[in-house]
Design a binder for this molecule. Sequence first.
Ligand code: EPU
Length: 337
Amino acid sequence: MHIETLTSLKAYNTFGIDCKAQFFTSVETLKDLKEVLSKEIHPNLFVLGGGSNLLLTKDVNALVLHINMKGITLLSKENDHVLLEVNAGENWHDFVLYCIENDYGGIENLSLIPGNVGTAPIQNIGAYGVELKDVFVRCHAIRISTQEEVSFDHYECQFGYRNSIFKNEAKDEYIITSVVFKLSTKNHIIKSSYGAIQEQLKKSSVSTPTISDISKAVIAIRQSKLPDPAKIGNSGSFFKNPVISTEAFQEFRMKFPRAPFYEVSATEFKIPAGWLIEQAGFKGKRFGEAGVHKNQALVIVNHGKATGTEIWELALKIQKKVKEDFGIYIEPEVNVI
Ligand code: EPU
């Protein structure tokens, strides 16, 4: 195991922010992971997956542990489904493509989401009518303090909208090392009801879509709306879509009758933060090296040389204006360090 010092993290976060790690190491096996955790290299530990949900505003005074364990294992094959165990360091989209190639259904709507498999359960990644929780069976993890191997089943993960136990009670206590998925091998349930998917399928004249068609449609939609982090630094949606009470929603709707919304439950409504940010006048605007994406206002971008602080200042400016204009607080989705 090789421990580096003062390592640039630019290549390890999709915002492309050039902050440094006091110490840095990349682990490729469970054995290496346990070994590094058992040593007192630095009192602080910072666990890094794909770096796709992270805004660095300062150097990281810690041992930065890059989880780079690869591998996909077929655990079992039943009549209509498989169970796959996927190591945490696998790239999420590569895993989606692997499933499409093997005709395993369930995650095609989650095509092109940046990040790694091991961090996907933390925020229960979701897009176009599917969430990770829909195919999740369990995950394996290491308790950081004792290096003990533990596992969490679906119930124990307490999944919610962009949320799980790993963002709450279990925050910073575990490192997810692999995830077990249940995926269909026949009679795939095609989820194409989302408006943008319907439109895309129509454009490509597909009437009875396969999982591969859905994946292609999602890729086309995402590529048209969301910037490619390899070309322009970003972290996908910067904010969560706010959920407000029926009472607050009724008042909001009186003032803004044209606003899009989704009914979450009998007592809650979700308003798209992208709409609020666009109406607040930020869409496509540039503030120095930081900016708001021209096709999706929920995405903050690094035009090249932005510091994490510049990005964060823009986020705060947006948050303040949305609060002033609509009385709604929008909470960041990304982890700000
Ligand atoms: N909208 C605007 N202006 C914008 C962006 C959106 O008016 O600039 C409106 C749209 O017209 C639409 C609504 O907001 O009525 C929703 O927009 P969209 O379908 O693009 O989805 P979203 O709610 O903005 C969420 C996820 C995305 C995911 C899409 C598709 C969150 C925080 N974001 O975005 O996830 O891809 O749905 O399912 O829930 C991510 O997490 O990084 C991410 C990209």
